[in-house]
Each structure stands twice: as structure tokens, then as C-alpha cells.
Design a protein around this ligand. Structure first.
Ligand code: GCW
Length: 859
């Protein structure tokens, strides 16, 4: 086993590793043709040919002969369907393959047996090659394929929220691969590698800058820099696009207005767009965030989003460009004291009345849920509210509210629930209807076989989100998928070695939204780690349960992610969403919790859904447990369908979630030696961190609800930690107690910190248990304002030391910074003095919270 993984892997190759196939399997491909012939000539076709050679070389160790134009022996033949028809009319290349689609088949060309990869277009040929290589890598029969594939939706784009200074908004994997110091990078190798990854999934467009757009991207001097990125993308068929700031005509254009209906403003956009297309003839178009979170927009001039979108769309139209106008328009200064106010209503309220008013090359880009990428939300009602307007779904690959690539959270199961959601009848068997169960490791998965074909769906009374956004339901010319990816310069793109499963899943669903989450998880794991059954079973089980796990310790029953919503969006911060204008309220008080969004007594949000759906959400009893608190305010003693009270569910789910996070560590440890050491170790480190942080979440949320509701945990766990020795109760030298601002984020509300002039502080306690083997957990705070050092001694013996230098989004002592160090296999005797020493660095005061001493786990 070990030999296959002799070399370490960084993860840079992602799912395109082209690792050597097992010997036995290679033999099966002995009959594979020895040459690859490309019909026609274009950069894309050349890329397709090169990629084929690269894949075959990697997996089979064979160097194919390259040829162009003529088939003179048995060959792999690459070409458009039209070219294939010309050389081999008797093959009857299917006429129905549409843009970007492809056909893999075998047949005679000029009398030679060939394996043929035909695309509707050159780009389709490239996609066909990637598909062929993926089948080969996954052990599917690649010798005699007969497949036609086409994407369900014409638009499959990613957005990057990269700033021109190189930082990425909500990016967790290093700086931008596109920008540095205010301009485009000199070396765009990573951008090109990224385009290759995107192309391998059929993603055909990439918006490279933050939707909070710097007007400078449209400056004359910037355009040639953009053209360089387009060049890096072009061989992979990825169209360049940029996010634009609607105030640009005024800010950089020298006009005194940016009113979209002012003729000078229209003319400015026209000239600007013409200039872009002169440099980038295949430019994709613009993404617009306006009247949102401080970005200016048409409301400045009492104009509508349609006025603004159309003004730009008309200038793009002659060039074939499109405008994505984001539906993420809401007031972030909402008065929280008004019980009828509701941010969830904003997208529908703003855009539904404009249905039919947008030009055909405008697409309304709608986040999957009505709030903002929370760990669970219902499908946005706006998907059902646009019939005569193009729409696209915006999904977030970067894990802003779902663990920031420090926690494992595979999002395909969540996305599937939204895509399969039916705006006519939420009673259709779908994942969302399954009872919520934490015990069941496998998340619900909707199956293809229940799906009528997309074209049938328009006439059959179905209005599933996947068909609406693909434009199928209402026969829209455009529609599709946008993923906020935010990859960075980190070698493995997204920092957590398992996080790339989300980018993969996004691309696969954009291509074929009928794939199930488990099919996608299987493909990704096989391509990323190989086909060892132990690895495959373990990784897919972890991936498929991870969203439910994350949800269970961070966002109960649809209340939203209970995180620090005014800051990092990372650690626990139950109260932070209340009493401010951001509108992510859950209304938890001493009696109950949840937003009443009913029409009868609440904000009226449920009324934005079509009647069949509204009826379900209107009723407390009909609403599924997992969305209860999104739609209803209930007392803590309210009984769920599961039979538990809300409060006991909160306690139980947090304990179960933290336990599952710990199990992930054990599951992963069983893979040692079955995958390369580098990715093994990098993943283990993240999972261990997650297990510790899940406990921080568990304790913070449970203690907050215990304090607020006054209702104890029926199982007696919350507030009782028999193995824990609080730092503030130890004998302190130099260390002094510190009251933590969000009290629930530190055990007992307190920590200790080292702010004396002494170099090192210490905290000591005497072990009081029986002699035996133990493990020790030190809960400390890892701030990014310095790299403090810790050392642990038993008596005089130093048993562990480490530096607190992780890059957490944490400047203070609390839920973002709280981190666990596990010291295993310790022999302890009663009376042993256990001593934690901390050496501060910069503003990081070597603070810690407690030590837990637990009997060692049997291996
Ligand atoms: O989720 C929020 C993020 C913002 C982001 C915004 C948006 C780019 O916290 O950082 O801004 O959504 O989607 O526009």
C-alpha cells in the first residue's frame, strides 16, 4: 500500500492527480490507441489534446503520439461533432448535443477503430476529454464508452471575492491568485491552473474581483491587466468577468452622476464596455452588487434595479455579454424593535415586482436562502417569484458561516435540498421532509429516479429550484449556477484538504444537478485519494455526515448560525445577532426562541411562497423540525416532531455534534498509511482542531441557553464538568483572572492571562484522581496578535510545549480563539503537580481557560 504514496502530495492537483492506475487495470488498457488525433485547430482543441496526453501519461505511463487533421491509424480522435461527421458520416454523430455538451463513443474513422470524443463546440471537446479521464481514473469502463452528456444550465460560473490589494473577503486560503498590491499579479500560473480545475468541471466563467467592487478595475490603465487574466483563462474555455461598482461613472469617470437613466452615464458604460471588448473579445460580462451593505446603487436616484441592470446590459448586448444582478439587496439598518421587520423578505420584495422588466441578457443572482448562507435556511422564495426573468442560484463554496475551512462541512447535501425543493409542493418526497436524525450518519439524499426529466417538469406541476434556475421551467434563455469559491494561494487552494470537495460538488451540480450528494462524494474521494475501499468508505461517510454535524453544534432548528455575526462569522456568539440592524435575528429570550415569520401573527414572510408551500410554513406543526425556528417563535418547552422539547434538542444536538466531531478524528486515524503522509497529517491536524472547537461551541451555546432559559439539561451535562480544573482556580504565578466579554465562550466565564512583566507565568494544580493513564486537554486562546508559547510540566518534567500560532480570525480571548491541546498517554499519580506555563508574545497574553484530565482512551 505504502509504495503507491511514496511521494507527498500537497493537494495542488486536487481531483486531477492522474495517479498511476493499479497494474492489473493498466493491462486492460493495453489496447488503447497509441495516438491522439485532433481534428481542427484552436487553442481549446490543443489544450484538449495536451490534457489527454497528460492524463494518459500519468495514469497509464504511456506517451501518446500527437497528430492533427488526419486519422491514419487506430487513434483517440478529438473534434467537434461537425468535424466528426465530415470524416465519419456513418457514425451518425448526434445532432442534439448542445453547447458545451459532448459525446464519447467508439467507431471506425477512415477504416480504423477509434475512440472518439466529440464536442458540440471546441469547449465541449475539452469537457469530453476531462470526462473520459475522470472515468479512467475512477475505474469505469473507458475503452468502449457510449455517452452523451450535456450541461443542464448554460451558465456555470464562479465568483471570487478578491480585492485588488490581494486580500480576499471571506477567503480562508491565503491571498489572491489574481491580484497583489493593487494590480494583477505578474505570474499568473496559479490563475491558469485554476482555470484548468474549473474547466475539468465544466465551469465556463469566473468573476475575479470582489462584488464589493473597487471602481478602479474599470480604469483605462487596468484593462490591459484584466486582458492578461483572460489570456490565462482562454485555453481552458473560462470566460473572464468582473464585478463592477455602479458608481464608477462618477467615481472614476468624471461625471457628476451615476444615474443609470442619464444619457451620459449610459454612454460612459457603452464606451467602457467597448474598450473592454477590444482587449478581451470573449469577455463574459459583469456582476453587480448594488444598494447592499453600503454599495451604492440605483436607489440613489430613485431608479430600480431593472433600470440599472438594463442600462449596462444594453451596452454589453452587442458583444454577447451578460449582467448578473445580485438579489442580495436589503437594509442593514433595520429597526430590530419592530416585530414585523424581516430581512428575509427583502429579496422577494425588491425583485418580484420587477419580474419581466429585465432585459434578456440580465440574470438575477439569488443566494440559496433568504438571509445569508446560514448553516440552514429554506430555499429563497424569489426562485418561485420570477417567471419572466432569468435567474441563477448563488451557492457559497467558501465556508463563511460553515466553519471557514477549519471545520469539515461538505455542502452538497445542503445544496441538494435547495435544488430539489419544489415551489409547488413541499410534500414531494425530498430530503427536507425526512425526519431530522443525528444518529443516522448518512444525510438524506434525493434520488434521480424520483426526478422527472427537467423538460417534463415544466408541464407537470413541478417547480423545483433546479429547474427554475436552469431556465427550464419557464423556458428562459439563460440561467444557471454561480459559486462563491474564494480559492487562494495556499497550495491546496482552500486550506482544509477536504474542502475542495465543495468546489468539486459545486461544479458537478452545476453540470448535472441530478447527481446525488453521495455520488459526488464518491467521485471526489476516488479522484482525490484513490480507490482503496477503506479510504473511500471512511471519507465519503465523513463528508456526507459533516454538514449535519456542523449544524448540530452551531445552528439548531433553523435558528441560523449562532455565530459572531457582526465580526468574524466564525466562533459562537449567540447574542451578537440580536439588537442590531443586520436582521439575522433569532429572538431568543428567557421564554422562547425563533422568528415568527407567519402571515397570521408574524412578519408575513411565509406568504412569499406559492400557496401550497406557504400553507406548510405558516403552520407550526406542519413545519419540519429543522426549520421550525426559522418560521416560528416557540417556548423552550415546545415539543418537536422528534418528541423532544426545543431546549433538550439544543442540549442534545450540541453534545452529539461535538461527539461526532471527535469520531472524525478516530475515523481518520484509521487511514494512516492508506493515503500519503502529507495530506494525512494536514487533515488530521484540522480534524483535531475541529473536535476541540466543537466543544467550545457546545459549551458556549448550551450554557447561554441554560442561563437564558433557566431550564436544566435533563441529562445533567450542561454546566457540570467534573474533569475540568478552571485556570482561575489554580495556584497562579504571574497569571491573573480575566472576565471574558461573552461569558459563555469561556468555561465559568473566566480565563487567566499573563500580563505581568515577568517573562513567563504559571498556573499549577494538584492531580487528585487515582493512579493510572490519562489524557490532558489544555484549553487555551490562540490570538493572531502574537505567538505565545505554552509548556506543561508534571512535577519537574516538561511533558509538552507548543506555540500558539494558528491563523484564527481572533484578536481577543473568546469563542474564535479558544483552542484545545491534547496531551495523550500520561501516567499520573495522586498528588502530582500539573503546571501550565505561558509566555506571552505581542498582544497575545498566553491566556488559557482550563485543563481537563480524562482517563486515557483504550486504543
Ligand atoms: O455573507 C455576506 C458576507 C459579505 C459579503 C456579502 C455579499 C462580499 O459577510 O462579506 O460581501 O455577504 O454576499 O455580498
Amino acid at each position: 500500500m505504502g509504495a503507491a504514496f511514496a511521494h507527498a502530495e500537497t493537494g495542488a492537483e486536487a481531483w486531477l492527480r492522474y495517479a498511476p492506475l493499479p497494474e492489473a487495470e493498466r493491462a486492460k488498457y493495453a489496447s488503447l490507441p497509441a495516438s491522439v488525433v485532433v481534428l481542427g485547430d484552436s487553442p481549446l482543441l490543443r489544450t484538449a489534446q495536451q490534457e489527454m496526453m497528460r492524463g494518459i501519461k500519468g495514469m497509464l505511463g504511456r506517451t501518446l503520439l500527437e497528430a492533427a487533421g488526419q486519422v491514419q491509424e487506430r487513434s483517440l480522435v478529438l473534434g467537434t461533432a461537425a468535424d466528426i461527421r465530415a470524416v465519419a458520416p456513418e457514425l451518425n454523430a448526434p445532432h442534439e448535443i448542445r453547447a458545451d455538451g459532448f459525446w464519447l463513443t467508439t467507431g471506425k474513422v477512415h477504416g480504423f477503430d477509434c475512440l472518439i470524443i466529440a464536442g458540440a463546440t471546441d469547449r465541449g471537446v475539452l469537457y469530453g476529454v476531462f470526462s473520459f479521464l475522470s472515468r479512467l481514473a475512477r475505474g469505469e469502463n473507458a475503452l468502449t464508452p457510449n455517452v452523451v452528456e450535456q450541461p443542464y444550465a448554460p451558465i456555470r460560473w464562479v465568483n471570487q471575492w478578491d480585492n485588488l490589494d490581494g486580500r480576499i473577503e471571506r477567503g480562508y486560503a491565503g491571498p489572491s491568485i489574481f491580484f497583489v498590491g493593487g494590480g494583477v499579479r505578474g505570474d499568473l500560473t496559479r490563475a491558469e491552473d485554476y482555470a484548468r480545475l474549473l474547466a475539468s468541471l465544466g465551469i465556463n466563467g469566473c468573476t475575479i474581483n470582489n462584488v464589493n467592487a473597487n471602481p478602479r478595475v474599470l480604469e483605462e490603465s487596468f484593462l490591459p491587466q484584466l486582458a492578461r487574466v483572460a489570456e490565462a483563462f482562454r485555453p481552458w474555455g473560462v470566460q473572464l468577468s468582473i464585478a463592477v461598482n455602479l458608481s464608477s461613472p462618477k467615481v472614476i469617470g468624471g461625471l457628476d452622476t451615476f444615474d443609470p437613466l442619464d444619457p451620459r452615464v449610459k454612454e460612459w458604460w457603452r464606451a467602457k464596455i467597448d474598450a473592454i471588448y477590444r482587449l478581451v473579445p470573449d469577455f463574459g460580462g459583469f456582476v453587480v452588487k448594488a444598494d447592499s451593505e453600503g454599495q451604492l446603487g440605483p436607489s440613489t436616484y430613485n431608479r430600480t434595479p431593472a433600470d440599472a441592470a438594463n442600462a449596462i446590459a444594453r451596452a454589453l448586448k452587442p458583444h454577447g455579454g451578460i449582467v448578473f444582478y445580485r438579489a442580495f439587496v436589503y437594509n442593514h439598518h433595520l429597526d430590530w424593535r419592530q416585530p414585523k421587520n424581516d430581512r428575509a423578505k427583502a429579496a422577494y420584495d425588491n425583485f418580484h415586482p420587477l419580474d419581466g422588466k429585465f432585459d434578456d441578457n440580465v440574470i438575477i443572482q439569488i443566494k440559496n436562502g433568504p438571509i445569508d448562507f446560514q448553516v440552514r435556511e429554506p430555499a429563497s422564495p424569489l426562485f418561485g417569484g420570477l417567471r419572466s426573468t432569468n435567474q441563477a442560484i448563488e451557492l457559497q463554496v467558501t465556508q463563511e458561516y460553515t466553519g471557514q475551512q477549519r471545520h469539515l462541512c461538505f455542502l452538497a447535501p445542503m445544496w441538494k435540498e435547495v435544488l430539489d425543493f419544489d415551489m409547488h409542493s413541499p410534500e414531494i418526497p425530498s430530503a427536507a421532509r425526512k425526519p431530522y436524525s443525528l444518529k443516522d450518519g448518512s444525510p438524506p439524499d434525493s434520488r434521480d429516479d424520483m426526478d422527472p426529466s427537467p423538460s417534463a417538469s415544466s408541464g407537470s406541476g413541478f417547480q423545483r429550484v433546479k429547474d427554475l434556475v436552469s431556465g427550464k421551467t419557464f423556458h428562459r434563455p439563460l440561467g444557471g449556477f454561480v459559486g462563491v469559491a474564494n480559492v487562494g494561494m495556499d497550495a491546496n487552494w482552500l486550506e482544509h484538504p477536504l474542502a475542495m470537495a465543495n468546489l468539486y460538488a459545486f461544479g458537478r451540480l452545476a453540470w448535472n444537478h441530478n447527481l446525488t450528494a453521495s455520488e459526488i462524494a464518491t467521485e471526489w474521494t476516488e479522484l482525490t485519494f484513490g480507490r482503496d475501499p477503506l479510504v473511500l468508505n471512511t471519507v465519503t461517510a465523513m463528508l456526507l455526515s459533516s454538514w449535519n454535524t456542523y449544524e448540530s453544534y452551531t445552528g439548531p432548528l433553523g435558528a441560523g448560525t449562532l455565530t459572531d455575526i457582526t465580526g468574524s462569522h466564525y466562533g459562537p456568539g449567540v447574542e451578537s445577532s440580536e439588537r442590531n440592524g443586520w436582521g439575522q435575528w433569532h429572538r431568543a429570550d428567557h421564554k422562547g426562541i425563533g422568528m415568527d415569520r407567519s402571515v397570521a401573527t408574524g412578519t408575513g414572510y411565509s406568504g412569499q411562497y406559492p400557496p401550497e408551500v406557504a400553507k406548510v410554513y405558516e403552520s407550526t406543526t406542519a413545519t419540519a423540525d429543522e426549520l421550525l425556528l426559522f418560521f416560528h417563535h416557540v417556548p423552550y418547552t415546545y415539543k418537536l416532531h422528534s418528541g423532544k422539547t426545543v431546549i433538550q434538542h439544543i442540549y442534545d444536538s450540541h453534545y452529539e455534534g461535538a461527539e461526532r466531531a471527535e469520531q472524525y478524528v478516530r475515523q481518520w486515524e484509521a487511514l494512516q498509511g492508506h493515503i500519503d503522509d502529507e495530506r494525512y497529517a494536514a487533515t488530521l491536524k484540522r480534524l483535531e482542531y475541529q473536535a476541540g472547537h466543537a466543544i467550545v461551541w457546545r459549551d458556549a451555546v448550551c450554557n447561554w441557553f441554560l442561563r437564558t432559559s433557566g431550564i436544566p439539561d435533563a441529562k445533567g451535562r450542561v454546566g457540570h464538568y467534573p474533569d475540568r480544573i478552571e485556570a482561575e482556580s489554580m495556584q497562579l504565578q504571574g497569571y491573573r483572572p480575566l472576565g471574558v466579554t461573552r461569558a459563555e465562550t469561556a468555561s465559568g466565564g473566566k480565563a487567566v492571562e499573563c500580563v505581568t512583566h515577568a517573562q513567563t507565568c504559571a498556573a499549577t494544580f494538584k492531580f487528585q484522581g487515582n493512579a493510572g493513564r490519562y489524557e490532558l486537554a489544555v484549553q487555551y486562546f490562540d490570538l493572531n496578535t502574537g505567538a505565545s508559547k505554552f509548556r506543561v510540566r508534571i512535577g519537574d518534567r516538561a511533558i509538552d510545549e507548543w506555540v500558539a500560532n494558528d491563523h484564527l480570525p481572533a484578536r481577543g480571548v473568546g469563542g474564535d480563539s479558544s483552542t484545545r491541546r491534547l496531551i495523550k498517554g500520561l501516567a499520573l499519580r495522586p498528588g502530582d503537580a500539573i503546571r501550565v506555563e505561558g509566555t506571552p508574545d505581542g498582544q497575545d497574553h498566553a491566556a488559557f481557560d482550563y485543563v481537563e484530565v480524562r482517563p486515557a482512551r483504550e486504543p
